[in-house]
Design a protein around this ligand. Structure first.
Ligand code: CMC
Length: 442
């Protein structure tokens, strides 16, 4: 395994940036911070008090919102590290709960620590029986992400003994509960949508196996878990476990910055993940491949994706941070072949279409110049569809996996002595102050 050396954060006096205000001729000097790796960061915390100006950065393309030790991405080189370890190594050598432990605690678990963690998570997988009745309140055609937003937020009404965010033990219990219960709640959302009875968790099974059983088992027959499918599921969980300060993680941090309880914060993260520009993209990829339909129509859709007057985009392509191949997509490309082989679906038309689309896009100047490569969602949908999940469940699976990342980032924020309520400012372009107009004069 690769462990990246970490340097102590240094901030030498000479390492500064000077801002010259051309309007007044005044100069202001700001410190430059060094992370253990990655670009230098200008510390603008005193910008407003010193200059009376804000920064303007919609979409936060140049803004670091926090100091974090969990995940590092080098988007130009296509590198993703969790606590210093390469995602490819983790996906190849670990199970999902090992990665959860790593994200939460900072180090890979010893055998004993791993066993203890597996035991703890397994013993939190059941949900309060009354939570089951919540499901009956939803229409049977409800999107499972809508159900997940609701029931995850509702956990705070059930587990009062783990909502005091100032208490480290309560924070830890809430973390374990969320990681353990999310697959149970996700499987229940699926079962509800297809009108089948809920399946209780089984503590003897591994995390991914237990989830597959809760989704696909029915009371009338034995359920056999295909090891290739269980391994692919586990890999998908690992590859989605955390991804630095993306939209949903930033949402969780922002919600948590007001000291809201962890269940409410994770519900906010699920809502943010739902959008097609974020976690909803894996569902959108399959819709797009289905719409394209056959290899001879790929050219037409590539043309549409390049047309600035057409809102169509190639789903599963492009990333805010990766300007090189997404390392997660590489792992999943291989995994897609393995799963389809194991399921006897080597000739799956969607996989063939995806490979052709990827080949043509990667040779096209438009995509090359803009550094648009397949992202994690490009192949995950194909695997999930082959396993038998309906498209509406794809983003739910992403939420199950990302829960540990959200929780680890939320914990880090709460423990950070610099933590403040998140409160961005704005560039105001509305009307300046004007006299009130009585109704008869409007
Ligand atoms: N298809 C066609 N053109 C694209 C695409 C695409 N998928 N993505 C970006 N572009 C073009 C965009 O039109 C723009 O061109 P121009 O410079 O001529 O105006 C240029 O590339 C830069 O795009 P951008 O919108 O400024 O980039 P962004 O960093 O704001 O957006 C993104 C990143 C992921 C939202 C975007 O690439 C996209 O919409 N991709 C499709 C949706 C998708 O696959 N999302 C999953 C992201 S990975 C999983 C996750 O993190 O949740």
């Amino acid at each position: 395994m690769t462990q990246v050396d970490t340097l102590e954060k240094t901030n030498t006096k000479s390492d500064t940036v000077t801002l010259i205000d051309n309007a007044t001729g005044k100069q202001y000097t700001f410190p430059v911070l060094h992370g253990s790796t990655g670009p230098r960061v200008i510390d603008t915390r005193s910008l407003y008090s010193e200059t009376g100006m804000f920064t303007y950065d919609p979409g936060y393309t140049s803004t670091g919102s926090c100091d974090s030790k969990i995940t590092f991405i080098d988007g130009d080189k296509g590198i993703l590290l969790h606590r210093g370890y390469r995602i490819e190594d983790l996906a190849e050598n670990c199970d999902f709960l090992e990665v959860c432990y790593l994200l939460l605690h900072g180090n890979l678990p010893t055998k004993k620590e791993h066993e203890g963690f597996v035991f703890t998570i397994a013993h939190h997988t059941m949900v309060h029986e009354k939570l089951r009745t919540f499901y009956n309140g939803f229409r049977s055609d409800a999107h499972p992400m809508a159900i997940m937003c609701g029931v995850t937020g509702a956990l705070s009404a059930f587990y009062h003994d783990s909502t005091d965010i100032r208490n480290p033990r309560q924070r830890e219990i809430a973390s374990h509960r969320l990681i353990a219960k999310m697959p149970t709640m996700a499987a229940m959302a699926y079962k509800y949508s297809v009108g089948e009875p809920f399946v209780y968790p089984c503590n003897d099974l591994k995390y991914a196996e237990n989830f597959l059983r809760m989704v696909f088992a029915v009371p009338t027959q034995d359920f056999k878990i295909d090891p290739a499918v269980a391994r692919a599921m586990d890999k998908i969980f690992i590859l989605h476990a955390d991804h630095e300060q993306n939209a949903s993680t930033s949402t969780v941090r922002l919600a948590g910055s007001s000291h809201a309880n962890p269940f409410a914060c994770i519900a906010a993260g699920i809502a943010s993940l739902w959008g097609p520009a974020h976690g909803g993209a894996n569902e959108a990829v399959i819709r797009m491949l289905t719409e394209i339909g056959s290899v001879d129509r790929v050219g037409e859709f590539i043309r549409r994706a390049k047309d600035p007057n057409d809102p169509f985009r190639l789903m599963g392509f492009g990333h805010r941070v990766y300007k090189n191949y997404d390392p997660r997509a590489k792992v999943l490309q291989k995994s897609a072949h393995e799963v389809l082989d194991a399921l006897g679906m080597q000739d799956d038309p969607l996989l063939k279409l995806a490979i052709e689309l990827e080949r043509i896009a990667l040779e096209d100047d438009y995509f090359v110049e803009r550094k648009l490569f397949p992202n994690v969602d490009f192949y995950s949908g194909i695997i999930l569809k082959a396993i038998g999940f309906p498209m509406t469940m794809f983003t739910v699976l992403f939420a199950v996996a990302r829960t540990v990342g959200w929780i680890a980032q939320w914990q880090e924020m709460i423990e950070d002595p610099m933590q403040k309520i998140g409160r961005p400012r704005q560039l105001y372009s509305g009307p300046a102050e004007r006299p009130f107009l009585p109704m008869e004069q409007r």
